[in-house]
Design a protein around this ligand. Structure first.
Ligand SMILES: NC(=O)C1=CN([C@@H]2O[C@H](COP(=O)(O)OP(=O)(O)OC[C@H]3O[C@@H](n4cnc5c(N)ncnc54)[C@H](OP(=O)(O)O)[C@@H]3O)[C@@H](O)[C@H]2O)C=CC1
Ligand SMILES: CC(=O)C(=O)O
Ligand SMILES: [Mg+2]
Length: 541
């Protein structure tokens, strides 16, 4: 990467702008003397100034906007700030705040970021994509905005998600930002309030479905494969009617994965490995009941099943230990509304429409909330789990916080401090009596940045299912006894970069073993990854 600009225009190039950190000699050489206050900052003092500015703001959306402006102005400083304390900054650029930012995106938009591909440009997608200035794109996070977190169809307002996820590729696993491209496909929206909002920025039409949608996706994937042959395509926040068939269609054709199905599955399995170290139980003895039967639920249920197979179960036995409960109740074989991707988890049982009754009859050791509906893990649910389990696994995974099936405090309080808890969005520590519990964040952020770095380091041709099991194991093996003693079943987030680089190295090893790499195997994979990982240091100009 090299700067093409000099003079005042350089101050508007976020990749090279140093703002007040341009040294006196550089200011003279680059023709920007007089455009900046006289004192030349260090990156450290600039970070300290941003911390001060954030401290003056009293709500998280304002902080999100300040950070977005910074990203558009000075990318190095943006990443230096985020990496100064990921545990503090992730909730601002990711869930929960990104959810509110997406809901209000058309009202709060300042600088556009990434690419928007409307279905009205069908036939010209390659031409549009070729406008992107970077010619070596390695990671695309793409959404069509139909299932943004648990917030529903937000149309092009969903762009906050690809932007936020890709920022975390860099923060958590050191994927260089210039290799990343956030994309929103605009096929319309079915959300009436957006269609009626004069400020809405997407196509004012209902969602295109069927053959026209499929052809649009096909043209998009083909264009990416032609323009960026080393690119990994991450599908994010599609409705399951599209997410599941798209993954099935392309997973064997190109380097691609669905984060909501596969990344979420890996983080859930990692959390379960941690939970079993607390309970001292075997994976093959567990039974899971999912609230929700969509992309996340079926993805997790299948990866748990694969993990059980690795521990000696048959795939049929394993799937029989995973149950789904959706808006119409327990998924039983006699139901006529079961989709193909749900069928492996629809078992023989009498129909049930009460989740508490399902807990009492199926006797799960763990419940996973991926329903998008808040508060459904109510007191009766948690108490039912605590009655049949010494250490019930309670994972309200729906995002953002406003959609969480319960809070950490509720789970600990109603289970008498016995719940093994993790949630999709973060909750603060909870003190009950003389014990303080540190809730973990069961979020695919432990997986997708690391998966990205593994793909970068190997130039992998495919993303395979076993890579997600390896990722789950690699997350889990970093959890210490001290973490578990506090109830924490994931590596602490303040050092998520170390955790992610470890996961990346383990996954990269598997990619080399599988013969899916396009680069020679280095002697020391971890060192190879460390050398590739981005650090927020001003590039030469
Ligand atoms: N923590 C993490 O890392 C991740 C969390 N998630 C979260 O998981 C949630 C679901 O995502 P995803 O699976 O992709 O979405 P889907 O839309 O595919 O699935 C949602 C499921 O919940 C069901 N559901 C809706 N209302 C109820 C209800 N009242 N009771 C029981 N089930 C209900 C839906 O049934 P029906 O289709 O019949 O309406 C559907 O089966 C989201 O909130 C998302 O943020 C997702 C990925 C990662
Ligand atoms: C975390 C995530 O991918 C989701 O909630 O959709
Ligand atoms: Mg998602």
């Amino acid at each position: 990467m090299s700067a093409t600009l000099a003079g005042p225009a350089l101050l508007h190039d976020p990749a090279f702008n140093r703002g007040s950190a341009f040294a006196a000699a550089d200011r003279a050489r680059l023709g920007i003397e007089g455009f900046l206050p006289p004192v030349a900052d260090t990156l450290e003092t600039q970070v300290a100034r941003v911390h001060v500015q954030l401290g003056t703001l009293d709500n998280d959306l304002q902080k999100y906007l300040l950070l977005s402006d910074l990203q558009a102005r000075n990318e190095t400083l943006f990443y230096a700030v985020l990496m100064s304390d990921p545990a503090v900054f992730m909730p601002l650029v990711y869930t929960p705040t990104v959810g509110e930012a997406c809901q209000k995106f058309d009202h709060v938009l300042r600088a556009a970021r990434g690419m928007y591909l409307p279905i009205t440009a069908k036939g010209r997608l390659k031409e549009l994509l070729a406008n992107w200035p970077q010619k070596d794109v390695r990671f695309i996070v793409v959404t069509d905005g139909e299932r943004i977190l648990g917030l529903g169809d937000l149309g092009v307002n969903g762009m906050g998600i690809p932007v936020g996820k890709l920022a975390l590729y860099t923060v958590c696993a050191g994927v260089p930002p210039e290799l990343t491209l956030p994309i929103t496909l605009d096929v319309g929206t079915n959300t009436a309030t957006l269609l009626e909002d004069p400020l809405y920025l997407g196509l004012r039409q209902h969602r295109v479905r069927g053959a026209d949608y499929d052809a649009f996706i096909e043209e998009f994937v083909s264009a990416i494969m032609e323009l960026y042959p080393k690119c990994c395509l991450q599908w994010e926040d599609f409705a399951n009617i599209n997410a599941v068939p798209i993954l099935a269609r392309y997973r064997d054709q190109t380097c691609t994965y669905n984060d909501d199905i596969q990344g979420t599955a890996a983080v859930a399995v990692a959390g379960i490995y941690g939970a079993l170290r607390i309970s001292g139980q075997k994976l093959t003895d567990q039974t899971f009941l999912f609230l929700g039967g969509g992309s996340a639920a079926t993805g997790i249920a299948e990866l748990i099943s694969q993990a059980m197979v690795l521990e000696g179960a048959t795939i049929e036995e394993a799937r029989a230990r995973n149950w789904l409960f959706d808006v119409n109740g327990l998924m039983v074989k006699s139901r006529t509304d079961i989709a193909g991707f749900q069928a492996p988890f629809a078992h023989d049982h009498a129909p049930l429409t009460s989740f508490v009754d399902a807990i009492k009859q199926i006797k799960p050791t763990g419940i996973v909330g991926v329903s998008t509906v808040p508060k459904l893990f109510n007191q009766a649910v948690i108490e039912a789990m605590a009655e049949i389990n010494d250490r019930p696994i309670i994972f309200p995974y729906s995002n953002p916080t406003s959609r969480s099936e319960c809070t950490a405090e509720e789970a600990y309080k109603w289970s008498g401090g016995r719940a093994i808890f993790a949630s999709g969005s973060p909750f603060p520590p909870v003190t009950l009596g003389d014990k303080t519990f540190v809730p973990g964040q069961g979020n695919n952020v432990y997986i997708f940045p690391a998966m990205g770095m593994a793909v970068l380091a190997t130039e992998a041709t495919r993303v395979t299912e076993d890579m997600f099991i390896v990722a789950a194991q690699a997350v889990a093996e970093q959890v210490t006894q001290e973490d578990l003693d506090r109830g924490l079943i994931y590596p602490p987030q303040h050092d998520i970069r170390t955790a992610s680089l470890h996961v990346a190295a383990r996954v990269a090893e598997r990619i080399f073993d599988n013969g899916l790499a396009r680069v020679p195997r280095p002697d020391d994979i971890a060192a190879h990854i460390e050398a590739l990982a981005y650090l927020p240091v001003y590039p030469a100009v």
